[in-house]
Ligand binder design. Structure first.
Ligand SMILES: [Zn+2]
Length: 141
């Protein structure tokens, strides 16, 4: 199979629940048990209060588009995704922001606006790895 992008190689134990969740179509987030804040990316210590008491929650998968860029060139040769590609920073309902791609929408600045509601969809790369992507809430446009 010819993959369109490099496959992440999860090696850090603190990110394991994230990748296991993604494989099952769930967006998992670490949440600090001390201050109650969810955060991203996964790490051993809460970025807000430095507690190591971290649990995992399943995110709703809903959020808003915080920022985006329509890329007409892919300079990294490891990526064989056909441009244009919409790079997106999504702000999740739970608070954290994550870098992703916006999919199932025309790569047209008229069709995409900041703060538009988006929802997660998973792109399966291999049996082990699925990547969270986001599309306009309510499905393809
Ligand atoms: Zn905390």
């Amino acid at each position: 199979m010819d993959l369109q992008r490099p496959v992440p190689q999860p090696i850090t134990p603190e990110a394991k629940p994230y990748w296991e969740g993604a494989r099952e179509g769930k967006l998992m987030l670490p949440k600090c048990q001390a201050c109650g804040k969810a955060f991203f990316y996964p790490r051993v210590m809460c970025p807000f209060c430095s507690s190591r008491d971290i649990a995992w929650i399943q995110a709703s998968g809903r959020g808003t588009l915080y920022s985006f860029e329509i890329a007409h060139q892919i300079l990294n040769k490891a990526f064989k995704v056909k441009p244009p590609v919409i790079l997106a920073m999504v702000e999740l309902e739970e608070g954290p922001r994550l870098m992703t791609n916006l999919v199932n929408v025309a790569p047209d600045p008229k069709a995409i606006t900041c703060d538009m509601p988006v929802e997660v969809v998973f792109e399966k790369l291999t049996d082990e790895i699925s990547l969270p992507m986001f599309q306009p809430a309510g499905g393809a446009r």
